[in-house]
Design a protein around this ligand. Structure first.
Ligand SMILES: NC(=O)c1ccc[n+]([C@@H]2O[C@H](COP(=O)([O-])OP(=O)(O)OC[C@H]3O[C@@H](n4cnc5c(N)ncnc54)[C@H](O)[C@@H]3O)[C@@H](O)[C@H]2O)c1
Ligand SMILES: O=C(O)C[C@H](O)C(=O)O
Length: 342
């Protein structure tokens, strides 16, 4: 799908004594949504309840409505058995036996805020959820939606390291919404079905760290001059803010995020099942650039990230975007690591 393979991401699972947990024919998976009663959590759970690979769907949140959300979804005539878990006392039960833990728990932006402004509230939420995964389902794949994603993935990684169960191939920052948006906008410009558009979005998930590689779009983007390429790039980088402004204090993207999160989770499950060539962009531990976490296309397999596909060659404009993104990513990563090491 994407142009150039670079090199596999080294697994430290063996060093940590982790066994390859997936059997070759596993088709029944337990998925946990942590933050399941929220704006993203509820529609995400609705979509996951329709995924036939999901046989157990555990919904965790601190909100009192959580058991009710579980009961509501359990009336759908799809195979997944749904359980609702409310409050920290019920978290371990939700997490036990999980194959995938998707985390949209935490506060969203209001107009005028950056994603970094969410750090103080969301950092401890992600830290505590990751600690529970480390204890109760250390081999689960963790997919982090909570912002700022650029800092939350380093936090979860440090927590797993402290617990001695770190496997970088099992911790993903969810950047799928950036890919979905890029495809939607290009589909509109080109007058084609957006689902036929393949476009890598690399870097991270905030402002200048979001780097759509428009030169690698298939089909090629039908834009005649560099000014229009620049405007489209900025629109993709600021698409989250576009939604925050439009919702006027009512939160940030929820429905499109649920769609994107369900897509990423579905791809992780297809990889776990043993399907080949499952490719998604995700923000992972990386040694491709000076930023130690970086998003780009990866192959998902039986143990999470199977291969890092890198990002191929960039044109001069994209090289400038990358140059601007690296210091911001490094700052975000350090913030997360410093917090987790405290
Ligand atoms: N990665 C992305 O592309 C992307 C896209 C959109 C939103 N987000 C982020 O996702 C997060 C959630 O957004 P939302 O719109 O669903 O917010 P929301 O406020 O509607 O829902 C968040 C939910 O998290 C729950 N929660 C809070 N603390 C918790 C805890 N300790 N354990 C479990 N659940 C807890 C809340 O009770 C609430 O139900 C935000 O941080 C937002 O910025 C990321
Ligand atoms: O913009 C936000 O705050 C939410 C999310 O990161 C998004 O890109 O929509």
């Amino acid at each position: 799908m994407f142009s150039r393979a670079i090199k596999p991401v080294a697994s430290v699972a063996a060093q940590n004594g982790l066994k390859n947990f997936s059997t070759s024919s596993q088709k029944n998976f337990k998925v946990v949504v942590a933050g399941a009663a929220g704006g993203i959590g509820q529609p995400l759970a609705l979509l996951l309840k329709q995924n036939k690979l999901v046989t157990r769907l555990a919904l965790y949140d601190i909100a009192p409505v959580t058991p009710g959300v579980g009961v509501d979804l359990s009336h759908m005539d799809t195979p997944a058995k749904v359980t609702g878990h409310q409050g920290p006392d019920q978290l371990a039960d939700a997490i036990k036996g999980a194959d995938v833990v998707v985390i949209p728990a935490g506060v969203p932006r209001k107009p005028g805020m950056t994603r970094d402004d969410l750090f103080n509230t969301n950092a401890s939420i992600v830290r505590d959820l990751a600690a529970c995964v480390a204890k109760n389902s250390p081999k689960a794949i963790i997919a982090i939606i909570t912002n700022p994603v650029n800092s939350m993935v380093p936090i979860a990684s440090e927590v797993m390291k402290k617990a001695g169960v770190y496997d970088p191939n099992r911790i993903l920052g969810v950047t799928t919404l950036d890919v979905v948006r890029a495809a939607a906008f290009i589909g509109e410009i080109n007058g084609v079905d957006p689902q036929t558009v393949s476009i890598p979005v690399i870097g991270g998930h905030s402002g200048v760290t979001i780097i759509p590689l428009l030169s690698q779009s298939k089909p090629a983007v039908k834009l005649s001059d560099q000014g229009k390429i620049d405007a489209l790039t900025k629109r993709i980088q600021e698409a989250g803010t576009e939604v925050v402004k439009a919702k006027a204090g009512g939160g940030s993207a929820t429905l499109s995020m649920a769609y994107a999160g369900a897509r990423l989770t579905g791809s992780v499950l297809r990889g776990l099942k043993g399907e080949s060539n499952v490719v998604e962009c995700a923000y992972i531990k990386s040694d491709l650039t000076e930023a130690t976490y970086f998003a780009n296309p990866v192959v998902l397999g039986k143990n999470g990230v199977e291969k890092n596909l890198g990002f191929g060659s960039l044109n001069d404009y994209e090289k400038q975007l990358l140059k601007a993104a690296i210091p911001e990513l490094q700052k975000n990563i350090k913030t997360g690591e410093d917090f987790a090491k405290k």
